[in-house]
Ligand binder design. Sequence first.
Ligand SMILES: [Zn+2]
Length: 626
Amino acid sequence: MKLLYTAAIAAFLLVGCGTPKAPLSATQKETPKVVLTSVDLINVTDDKVSVVVNPPTITEKEIKFSLPAIVPGTYSRDDYGKYIEAFKALDYSGNELQFTKVDDNTWSILNADKLDKVTYLVNDTFDIESEHDIFSPTGTNIASNNYVLNMNGFIGYFNTLKNLPYEVLIKHPETLYAGTSLNELEIPKTKDSLTAANANYYKVDRYADLIDSPVMYTEHEPVSFTVGETEVLINVFSPNGTYSAEDFKPVISTMVEAQKAYLGDLKTTNKYAILVYLSTVGAEDAQGFGALEHNTSTVVVMPEQYPKQLLDKAMVDIVAHEFFHVVTPLSIHSEEIHFFDFNTPKMSQHLWMYEGVTEYFAQHFQVYEGLVTPEEFYDVIVSKIDNAKRYTGDFSFTEMSKNVLEEPYKDSYANVYEKGALIGMCIDLIMREQSNGEKGLIDLMKTLTKRFGSTSPFSDDTFIETVAALSYPEVGNFLRDHVQNNGAINYTEYFYLVGLEFAETKTNTALLASQDVQYIRGNEEGEIVFVNGELNSTLQDLGVLGGDVLVSYNKKEYNLSTARGLIIATNGLAEGDTVTLTVKRNGETVKLSGKYSTPTYLANKLGESPYATEEQKALRAAWLNK
Ligand SMILES: [Zn+2]
């Protein structure tokens, strides 16, 4: 490796320096200005991390410094400034400059032309999730054996300097290793005599790239391997040491290979980092499971108790979704996203594409590339149809998307993963029909990538017409009727194109709650109650009745606040295990016991019609690559 000793690094030596910056010489003036930042994970006191942000010389009399209110990909206002304290603006002599706090996220600094740097302390979000709604994969963790540095929680920006390069120096205990997709640079020679063992040093082109580049520290070195020309890095934090990065290598490797085959000539990233935080699910640990996409990485949060098989499956569903975001919004997006405002963002109308099409791809590629059977894929589609019915808002998808930060629209956000994915499926089927099976949604996305691409955003208002013009009039009609307007989708019509139909079928489920069916709910007393209506075969065999209040399972008591633990525990049951339930029924305590066998119920399942024509079968074969 070649030592990078640039003017920018020389400037870095000024971090924390108590003397005014010397006037710039003619040659120095040509060197680019940078914002120098440092994050100290060594001297952490009281669960708070100290951060320094040092801008180049400021000419304005007043400047605003902010942490983001919202970050791309989350679609919710989270106000990361709320977790900052002991904010100080210092001049070159170390004197404090006056500032006013404008709102939760913004400080306005007076006499800014004298400003050397700002310093502050950061509180983490994982251990106080009951107090806020920050989705864990966008949150932060500060613990001696793990740091989750989603930079939106740590490093802020000066409102006029967002487009300057940022340099980040992270000092860390020698026992911890960084996982990130950022390229590591040689440590500058500072007075702290930092080395590669106790510091990492990164540089990005602008503030938005910093927010796009999380870093997670764990006690284990990340594992990396290549798929095609993509280097994949996995970093896993498992608090009880249950899992290691190596455990997920096979499933991730197979998945990325299949995704690259599915994407064909669509360009993907050369480096992709998967940062996995496994939570104890305890009261002071992360509870928001899932992931957030970035251009070259993703942060995944999952329960550590999940058995390997379940975690592998979740990892494919979740990480595949994040990786497919490389298509949209990362390569195809509107001006609202391209010129993202971290504090007063305008939202785009096209979540149906950013999240819906992405989620559809994350499911469809699995059947298309042979990772799951068509039957498994049909089940996923049906569960999305069922889940979409829970969202009853009387507004269209584009309207919801545009207003997703506000009530009542925000409560419908999660429908992007249900109806949004189904919208993707319908467009795929329309395209297959119109092209005699030759073309599908992936081809439309390739066309859009060529037309736009990551540096050239589309205009939000005319996008539906653009899509119609670049595909088929029928796609335009569908988008106008069911996305711009709130027309109900008759899915049967689309399944008919490929010879699929619904029929009642005996189906496996979980003992208490699966993605598709729930047999328990909470009551006002905070107890767990079995629902009225048809229970699954195993609950029926045990003698459970609708309305029974669950008191304990295998001698451990549960209530509504611990129901998640109950579901995780029962999902781990194996054939032949003993199940003992204590329930309250009409004021009496009843003990129920029996052997576990995989529960079944009669589901309205999607399957291949025995009456399908050759034409329908051919279209289905093209759709599923079978
Ligand atoms: Zn997504």
